[in-house]
Design a protein around this ligand. Structure first.
Ligand SMILES: N[C@@H](CCC(=O)N[C@@H](CS)C(=O)NCC(=O)O)C(=O)O
Length: 252
């Protein structure tokens, strides 16, 4: 597998899933960074690659693939070693159910990440609403994205929304904790799989959305994350660009 270009963004748990998978498989790739705050991901040329207008997208030769877990299954089917997808059909189904679980908790998570990290980051840049509008209209003429970004820049943090979403996320974390509480090492049992790569990167970000005590309150999830952080692919996938303008080459 060569000629791999990953469109990604700093701090994206979705991008990190693909970074982790490629690193587990020992494949080199290039990362092209997108500014999500400035709506790089809504540019018409990028929507041709990924109609959802989100990162990550993996371009492999002439093909553009999107949805991190779909991308990871594609990588795994081309490079089956080391194994990240179980052979047993029931375990495969369980793996995909964890991926569906991830898609579900991503909704309240997205709301709250924009209220916390998203607002803080954009507001800390001191960009004016006029300059933000200029930058976004260079990228997209869809008024919805401009309106959305203006809301992120100009409105205060909505604590009520954050508290509501925390209740939903707590419910989900409880279900994950219960599943891990039989002492299994990984979500599917003893073998590390794409299910762990699907859930781990977002779980790591819960303290950023102000659920700071999460790894103490959910001790099995805390221990699961310790195991994940101990894998070489964890540290190696924690990639931050010096500048969004320059691609990052990740060696095998
Ligand atoms: N289910 C998608 C989710 C992708 C996603 O939500 N990406 C976020 C970053 S983690 C994004 O691009 N956000 C920008 C936006 O919401 O416009 C996947 O796993 O690839």
């Amino acid at each position: 597998m060569d000629n791999l270009v990953l469109y990604d963004a700093p701090n994206s748990p979705c991008g990190r899933r693909v970074r982790m998978c490629l690193i587990e498989k020992g494949v080199p790739f290039e990362i092209r960074w997108m500014s999500l705050g400035l709506m790089d991901q809504k540019q018409p040329w990028y929507l041709e690659l990924n109609p959802n207008g989100l990162v990550p997208t993996l371009v492999h030769g002439d093909h553009a693939l999107y949805e991190s877990n779909v991308i990871n299954e594609y990588i795994d089917s081309l490079l089956p070693e080391p194994r990240l997808v179980p052979d047993d059909p029931l375990l495969q189904a369980e793996m995909r159910m964890w991926m569906a679980f991830e898609l579900d908790w991503a909704k309240p998570f997205r709301d709250v990440i924009y209220e916390t990290m998203g607002k803080k980051r954009l507001q800390d840049t001191d960009i004016s609403p006029e300059d933000l509008a200029t930058e976004i209209t260079k990228r997209t003429d869809n008024p919805f994205y401009l309106k959305f970004a203006m809301g992120v820049l100009t409105t205060p943090k909505n604590d009520e929304l954050i508290a509501d979403r925390h209740t939903l996320l707590n419910e989900k974390m409880t279900l994950m904790e219960n599943r891990l509480s039989d002492g299994r090492s990984w979500l599917l049992g003893d073998e590390f799989s794409l299910a762990d790569i699907a859930l781990g990167p977002r779980t790591e970000m819960f303290p950023i959305i102000e659920m700071t005590d999460i790894f103490k309150r959910f001790a099995y999830i805390g221990a699961f994350m310790e195991r994940l952080r101990a894998r070489p692919s964890w540290a190696a996938s924690d990639i931050k660009p010096d500048s969004l303008d320059e691609a990052t080459k990740v060696p095998a």
